[in-house]
Ligand binder design. Sequence first.
Ligand SMILES: Cc1ncc(COP(=O)(O)O)c(C=O)c1O
Length: 470
Amino acid sequence: MSTPTSSQAADIISTDRDHVWHHLTPHSNFKDSDPLIIQRGVGMRVTDIKGKEYLDATSGGVWSVNVGYGRETIANAVRDQLIEMCYFANSAGSIPGAQFAEKLLQKMPEMNAGDGKGVRKGKVYYSNSGSEANEKVYKMVRQLAHINGDGSRHKIIFRDRDYHGSTIGALSSTGQIQRKEQYGPFAPGFSSFSHCCCYRCPFGKTYGSCNIECAKDLETAILREGPEQVGAVVLEPVTAGGGVIPPVAEYFPIIQEICKKYDVLLHIDEVVCGLGRTGKWFGYQHFDVRPDMVTMAKGLASGYAAISCTVTTDKVFQQFAAEDGGPMGYFRDISTFGGCTAGPAAGIANMQIIEEENLLDNVVQMGNHLNSRLLELKERYPVVGDVRGKGLFAGAELVVDRDSKQPVAETYAAKIVAHCMQAGVLIGRTNRSFHEFNNTLCLSPALIASRRDIDDIVDAIDNALAANPL
Ligand SMILES: Cc1ncc(COP(=O)(O)O)c(C=O)c1O
């Protein structure tokens, strides 16, 4: 489509303002400014309807467009598949559904225990959003409590600062107080334990002499809730919207040990980290851990189609497959659009791009460059209190004062983001998630980012910090 004339652009903007309710957006903003309407995207860049180009360091605002914009092979794969067979409910299978499930499981050997004869049997359950994929796990955990007992082993432990979605169950398992505010009452059976952000250690300790108390707090939570009532723990491999928080290397083995000790299932939410964001196919693969359930969405098809997956080990699946399970013993869940074939068709093409272009290697190299450029900013600007991340996923936490670590006001972080946007670079930030800690700038450029792109992104932040002294 060609660039619209200014009167066509004004028309679309006014139609949008009249009729579209944008997510995460106070609409009072649109009294004085126009909603951003993105018209086009190619590679790392998007262009708005007024013709302004932006370098996108957010992969589509919420960490989704992993392989970048304008990928014809994905669009063609989706088009061809939709003409051949667009949809049938997932009680039936589809060709791309079967093929994508196999390809995914090949990337997840930890989920996919072999029988020694080359047969691998992990299972993939399709749905269409990260929230929904997580809800499937919560339903599986609750049903397993009935299959294996009297239903009491239904509780799920989640971690402070993690996010698991917008539906009431997913929000009930989210550790972001402000994001949840005004949406209660929440579902019963969810309970939290400590976050793992070293910079703000919840135990007031320092890494090296902390005994990894944050991981051990899971055991405290299980004992508090009653081990005979706890079915699972859910964790992001790297906390994303809660401030980009990777755990230390010792963290996940401790979590795994505690899960084993109390026979609690380990559910890893890879909705953000999955499909390459951190430099491996899945974020958990950086750590010595074997999950029982893994959920994924966003980068699974890079936003070219709506698809999410709940992946389980065969051991989990088999408990729903017993011949003597009776009429209620199988998973009685429905996901209407889990049967749309656009998702797995896009997923296969997306995965092929990541492989053919060696994007995981690029993420490692460019992630190192991003990290070192952000550390340079930390040296030059006292307002940058902490820099953290993994791969092409980074956070810079802004503070008023390095000693007290007092967080900057959310309005200051918003000012830095707005300055970058004005300069043609889109970056993200923690956004109304916590009462105090909406002070982290978040970067998640597409996995195709070049050194030059990373430099342009960090230079924009550099200029914004220079122009906005505290
Ligand atoms: C870690 C994590 N899990 C789940 C979700 C929910 O995904 P969706 O918005 O597709 O429902 C998100 C969304 O940002 C997320 O960051």
